[in-house]
Design a protein around this ligand. Sequence first.
Ligand code: FE2
Ligand code: FE2
Length: 361
Amino acid sequence: MEKILVVDDEKDITEVLSEYLEKEGYKVYSANDPDEADKILSSQNIALLITDIKMPKKSGLELVEKYKKGNEDMEVIIISALKDINMAIEAMRYGAFSYLLKPFNLSDVLINVKNAIERRRLVLENKKYQEELERIVEERTKELKNALKALEESYFHTLKVLVETLDVRDIETEGHSIRVVEYAVLIAKEMGIEDPKFLNDLKIGALLHDIGKVGVPDRILRKKGPLTVDEMKAMRAHTVFGHKIISSVEFLKGAAEIVLYHHERWDGKGYPFGRKGESIPLGARIFAVADAFDAMIFDRRYRKALSIREAIEELKRGKGTQFDPNVVEAFLRIPLDKIIKIKSQTPRRLEDIKEIIKLEF
Ligand SMILES: [Fe+2]
Ligand SMILES: [Fe+2]
């Protein structure tokens, strides 16, 4: 039952209206002065205030102003004498629904009351709907954030397991893999590449480039002397094998391509396919420079480390034969201090570079 408050200093009016509106099914309160009205307004949830404008102590306008502020949903109908019509119109500016001119007939009152109550109902319904909508959006956002977090964690965990596999078999150290990621990203950025998907694939591909070596038997992997033709074949298969291992995981598919082509050479003399020039995916061409550089400046089983300067000279010599000339050029544009910094940092673990290998969207 909607509650209506009728305020007028003329008792006749409040009585007539109360009686009539009660009959129409509303719960009606009445007040003959503003103080009384004040009490009711602050204690009851009034849906509609019907108030006179001119009253001895306080004007109806003040009531409207005061209670519309704290309770916007409350509708207001003004009762006004013709001479106070300006005040009635003023009340509309405070959000009053309509005004009734004295003397009014009751059927007009009822139409106004019904319309006012209906407007309130729509406003409230709309508000509720909005709130519900906001709640749903908030909830979904939260769910999505949690899902993303879980995804990121499982993604990171997958990478970690794979990198650790390399470490455990002493195939490639985590330090090398991580430095290659860092060089590769620097080169790509130097080439103006910003595509997040490309960068993601490049990072992960670089990180896992030799994952296929887990499929190469130890006696070949650790053989001191030169490899026989068959052994060489088995060794080179680490590209295809690595691709096979990780391409079944959806978010590693792009990286798998880099793994597959990471030993191709610009001049077509690489493996597994002997692809040439730009038919080798760009990520793999970038990777090749980063990997070769890092391999040169650290001791390897088969040779001593070169200095950074010597390694750079080697890269220059390989321009157009082993390496994509543009990629080498981009590498040469990287400020030396950045390269030295990557080289000289204590070997980092995957946890340290979560930021670097984080998936970009
Ligand atoms: Fe390799
Ligand atoms: Fe490598």
